[in-house]
Design a protein around this ligand. Structure first.
Ligand code: ADP
Ligand code: MG
Length: 385
């Protein structure tokens, strides 16, 4: 490999201006890079952190070309980018990750077929395109299932949980009659994730697994390192390394895994920074955002060591009751707790507005601390302490 490092002073183009792009831009700027972003929302979270903010659709190939022409490398912070846009961008700058990988990953059905085809462990699932196929899949799988649209779902959206095969019509209609994957509802003991970075030169770095807790299918809190047996940790890291290699990712790749009956099953993968690794910003030798920059610029990858156990708790729009800013002063009164807001206008229920982080001597203590801090923000807890 004779890939040339893209050194500070160069320009990084990011397709997507959400919080993941914003925090990548912050890390990039700290290292002396220039950053441009493309997002359909003129007020995206990245708006004031970038040299140029292109307001354009993720399907607008001309806009993607413009971004790439003015960038030394192009990356993504969201999967929902048109493949033709990434292909167009690739004619003008290296795109990391590439269009071939995104094509597989942005479609749940293709992603699962790829992963199971390579022999990675997945729960039982079917792919369906019609209501009749859904009915048959529900009968075959039996019991409760998760029906998920193949394309475009996130934060638990685009999903329908069924109880019996009789729910086929309701599920199919609720999900807009789209192609879906149907998964057996699994008796999950723990959810973990593994973040991998791979550079064009082939260097790979794998962070220790994070432990994740979802409420209503949205990540509520995440802690690093996950308190799991060493053998399971090694197994998770090995699967991460192998999937990163199989996909040939350039940049980041995060795996979401379920622990079921003591064994690991892959849920889904994402080729970008991930909500479950925000704790790396306060707990690790290198944040996931700096690692993203290093990987796409083909710099040496940074240390993945957890310097101090850390946890984060998401701040959803529900906390902004009647549009009022939550009492962050109360949360910040906890030593070790920090606030990370994404500069989004318009708090809506379920929308990720920011997160709190906490560091402590152990993962359990960091988790308790961040939960105690977030509890002070809940509506109804605003009386003086
Ligand atoms: P998203 O792309 O929105 O993150 P996921 O497929 O990761 O969607 O599902 C969100 C959450 O819903 C998971 O983290 C898990 O808590 C729960 N979930 C999803 N699939 C299953 C399943 N097959 N069995 C049990 N719980 C599931
Ligand atoms: Mg998920």
């Amino acid at each position: 490999m004779n890939s040339v490092p893209i050194l500070p002073g160069s320009t990084i183009g990011i397709l997507g201006g959400g919080q993941l792009g914003r925090m990548t831009a912050m890390a990039a700027r700290e290292m002396g890079y220039r950053v441009r972003a493309l997002d359909p929302d003129a007020n995206s979270a990245s708006r004031y952190l970038v040299e140029e903010h292109l307001q354009a659709s993720f399907e607008d190939a001309d806009a993607a070309e413009r971004l790439a022409r003015e960038s030394d490398v192009v990356t993504i912070e969201i999967e929902k980018v048109g493949i033709h846009c990434l292909e167009r961008a690739a004619a003008f700058a290296p795109t990391r990750p590439g269009a071939k990988l995104l094509h597989i990953v942005q479609d749940r059905a293709l992603q699962k077929a790829f992963l199971s085809g390579k022999g990675f462990p997945l729960g039982d699932y079917r792919t369906i395109a019609t209501q009749a196929e859904l009915g048959a899949a529900l009968s075959e799988l039996g019991g409760r299932t998760f029906v998920k649209v193949a394309r475009g779902g996130y934060d638990g959206r685009g999903q329908f949980e069924t109880e019996t095969a009789n729910d086929a019509a309701a599920a199919f209609a609720a999900l807009g009659g789209e192609r879906c994957v149907v998964e057996k509802a699994l008796p999950i003991e723990m959810e973990i994730s593994v973040m991998c970075a791979r550079s064009p030169s082939g260097e790979i770095a794998v962070y220790p697994p994070a432990q994740n807790h979802h409420v209503d299918r949205i990540l509520a809190w995440s802690a690093l390192p996950a308190a799991i047996p060493d053998a399971l940790r090694q197994q998770a890291e090995e699967i991460g390394r192998e999937v990163a290699l199989a996909l040939g990712v350039e940049g980041l790749l995060c795996l979401e895994l379920f622990v079921v009956a003591g064994a690991l099953l892959l849920n889904e993968v994402a080729p970008r920074p991930h909500n479950s690794y925000h704790a790396t910003v306060v707990g690790c030798g290198t944040s996931q955002f700096e690692q993203h920059v290093r990987a796409i610029c083909d710099l040496p990858l940074g240390s993945v060591e957890v310097v101090r156990p850390a946890a984060i708790a998401n701040l959803l729009g529900d906390l902004w009751v009647d549009g009022k800013t939550p009492a962050f002063d109360r949360a910040l009164a906890h030593p070790g707790v920090r606030l990370h807001l994404y500069g989004k206008t318009g708090a809506k229920p379920g929308r990720k507005m920011g997160h709190l982080s906490a560091t402590a001597a152990t993962t359990a203590e960091a988790t308790q601390l961040v939960q105690a801090a977030v509890a002070t923000l809940q509506p109804g807890s605003l009386q003086p302490t």
